[in-house]
Design a binder for this molecule. Structure first.
Ligand code: SAM
Ligand code: SF4
Length: 339
């Protein structure tokens, strides 16, 4: 990758990216790839997944250019996701380069953790703000049933390594009816002796099939936890993406994400870019702008910025409205959207 031009923004230099409802957009999620080394049952079918041809995936230079453009538009928080970001060859070098820039205030990664133990030394040297590790079972066999792969030990090693190095870590646990609801309490207990945020996520229908999903809701998750820990205290507002809780004497915290109930849309401040460079103002809605085409057709940064501003201005009020526009389409895999 070519060397990136360093530019340090002062806070008062950042312009504001807003939608027509006055929401400030400050958080960008970029999918580094559609490919993955796991096949989680709620995310992808077991077989028949066609990988996107490589030339359609944004090059590192294109991703870097977009990050800088979005930073100039006021994005302060960046998350790399996928697919599995660590399966993309060269991802860690790219991450180091982006991390060494002062384009955004915080860089986060969402990962299944399978390859993370290989890169702990590199990760620990970065400015990087945190890692979200996806883990839906604390039992090797059930982990294999959910992910269709036998990599539990590698994820466990990643988690231990991250904790040992003091890297800020959150666990993302997708709660699946009839599969792992009996583990909610054991996941909560993980935050007792570890400075972890354990986040329970409602399952959504983004599985790349037409199969519908019976969600174990955020309020059901909360009831299970409260039954065991009646002194659970809510520590953040209802309208944040994750409503956070704590239990006296626990080092870590607990988060519940109503991803399917979508109770937080009113305060949404995020935007996504897929691995092929499509802008998605809402997880549930349509792709509103082809950033790859703009870049490959020679648009300059100002033209790209104007297109992004216009597209995000039309961000829908909430996920239900956004979904209406593509209600007839099959639900994509989260790996394609960039979860
Ligand atoms: N491969 C990485 C991982 O698993 O962390 C990053 C991509 S994955 C699509 C991002 C997050 O989306 C993970 O925490 C995953 O559990 C979550 N996810 C995937 N499919 C989901 C679904 N149908 N409902 C809720 N969350 C889902
Ligand atoms: Fe891969 Fe992440 Fe989807 Fe699981 S949730 S299949 S790890 S992209």
């Amino acid at each position: 990758m070519k060397n990136l031009v360093t530019h340090h923004f002062q806070n008062n230099e950042r312009p504001i990216l807003t939608d027509s409802f006055g929401r400030r957009i400050t958080y960008l999620r970029i999918a580094m790839t559609d490919r993955c080394n796991l096949r989680c049952i709620y995310c992808m079918p077991a077989e028949g997944i066609l990988s996107i041809p490589r030339q359609e995936i944004l090059k590192f230079e294109e991703v870097a250019r977009l990050i800088k453009i979005f930073a100039e538009l006021g994005i302060t928080k960046l998350r790399f996701t996928g697919g599995e970001p660590f399966v993309r060859k060269g991802f860690v070098d790219f991450l180091q380069q982006i991390d060494s820039q002062n384009w955004v205030e915080a860089i986060h990664i969402t990962t299944n953790g399978v390859l993370v133990a290989n890169y702990l030394a590199e990760i620990s040297k970065m400015r990087l703000k945190g890692i979200n590790l996806s883990l839906d079972s604390l039992h090797a066999e059930r982990f294999a049933q959910i992910t269709r792969r036998n990599d539990f030990a590698k994820v466990q090693a990643a988690l231990n390594g991250l904790l040992t190095l003091g890297i800020s870590t959150k666990i993302n646990c997708v709660v699946q009816k009839g599969i792992n609801t009996d583990e909610i309490i054991n996941f909560v207990k993980l935050s007792q002796k570890n400075p972890l945020e354990v986040r329970f996520i409602e399952q959504m229908a983004f599985n790349g099939t037409n199969q519908s999903v019976e969600t174990f809701s955020a309020s059901e998750i909360l009831s299970v936890i409260k039954w065991q820990f009646p002194d659970l205290q809510q520590i953040t507002e209802e309208n944040g993406t994750a409503v956070k809780y704590k239990i006296d004497g626990f080092q870590g915290t607990i988060g519940i994400i109503a991803a399917n109930s979508r109770s937080f849309c009113g305060s949404c401040h995020r935007v996504r870019v897929t691995s092929t460079g499509q802008l998605k103002p809402c997880l549930y809605g349509k792709k509103s702008l082809d950033l790859r085409a703009l870049m490959r057709n020679g648009a300059n940064d100002t033209e790209i910025k104007e297109s992004i501003k216009l597209s995000l201005w039309h961000k829908k009020a909430n996920g239900f409205e956004a979904e209406r526009e593509i209600a007839h389409e099959q639900k994509e895999s989260m790996a394609l959207i960039g979860g």
